[in-house]
Design a protein around this ligand. Structure first.
Ligand SMILES: C[S@@+](CC[C@H](N)C(=O)[O-])C[C@H]1O[C@@H](n2cnc3c(N)ncnc32)[C@H](O)[C@@H]1O
Length: 229
């Protein structure tokens, strides 16, 4: 059986049993292969921008004899997929800015029957902002440690409602303030923004950004104080 890294396993655990999953930026197709081999998904799509990763993916499918259950597709983001082809869409191991950009140009993901499972390597706040500003609800976030780094995985669904969110929400979303890893992620962001705000204030430069950072820090403080620690 394929053994996934903790980061990919956390994303795989969020996929609903019985759905068709599409893994965007699949590289070796470990994630969709695991989903099929473990019986979570009857079928899956493994998509990548480049041919090289899809060749890696083809080797994985051949090794595990699952080429009939997983469709390989050369695709920039979701561009070569169409509505109805997948229920759960996974984007893992890419930057948050890219993830948000790929989702933004794909109108058909705004569908109540589609779930997004997103694991950004950076700029997670851009993903949360995209979701909140485009009618997606963040349903759940899970965290994990992997190879000395910590990650969060976001699960979101489209509701069509764009509602105001608390200040700083983009930096904590649905993380659990009682989860040590989540707290660490938020504490790091808090420290980064605090330093940024005070250096902007000192230089009397970009005061709008300084104010944004300060407000976000206040939001993160109330998130952290909401925990039991
Ligand atoms: C770091 S690997 C991540 C592989 C796997 N998803 C994981 O999390 O371990 C990133 C993959 O995303 C692919 N990628 C980058 N930009 C992409 C895009 N616009 N559309 C689809 N795939 C893309 C790359 O070719 C590469 O195979």
């Amino acid at each position: 059986m394929i053994v996934l890294s903790p980061r990919l396993k956390t994303a795989a655990d969020m996929v609903h049993k019985g759905v068709v999953a599409a893994d965007i930026g699949t590289d070796h197709a470990y994630l969709p292969s695991y989903l099929v081999l473990s019986g979570i998904c009857p079928r899956a799509l493994a998509c990548d921008l480049r041919k090289g990763p899809l060749e890696n993916a083809a080797e994985t499918l051949e090794r595990w004899n699952i080429a009939d259950k997983i469709t390989l597709r050369l695709s920039d983001g979701l561009d070569e997929l169409s509505a109805g082809e997948a229920d759960d869409i996974i984007m893992a191991g890419m930057g948050g800015i890219l993830i948000a950009k790929l989702l933004e140009r794909t109108e058909w993901v705004k569908n109540k029957n589609i779930r997004l499972i997103l694991q950004p390597m950076s700029h997670t706040e851009e993903v949360r902002l995209f979701l909140c500003n485009n009618g997606f609800d963040i349903i759940e976030e899970r965290t994990c440690r992997d190879d000395g780094r910590i990650y969060s995985v976001i699960c979101a669904e489209y509701s069509g409602k764009v509602e105001a969110f608390p200040q700083g929400y983009e930096f904590y979303g649905k993380l659990d303030p009682n989860d040590d890893i989540a707290r660490k992620l938020v504490e790091r962001q808090h420290k980064r923004l605090k330093i940024r705000a005070s250096s902007l204030r000192e230089a009397n430069f970009k005061l709008d950004e300084a104010e944004y950072c300060e407000k976000a820090c206040l939001g993160m403080e109330s998130f952290l104080n909401g925990g039991e620690k």
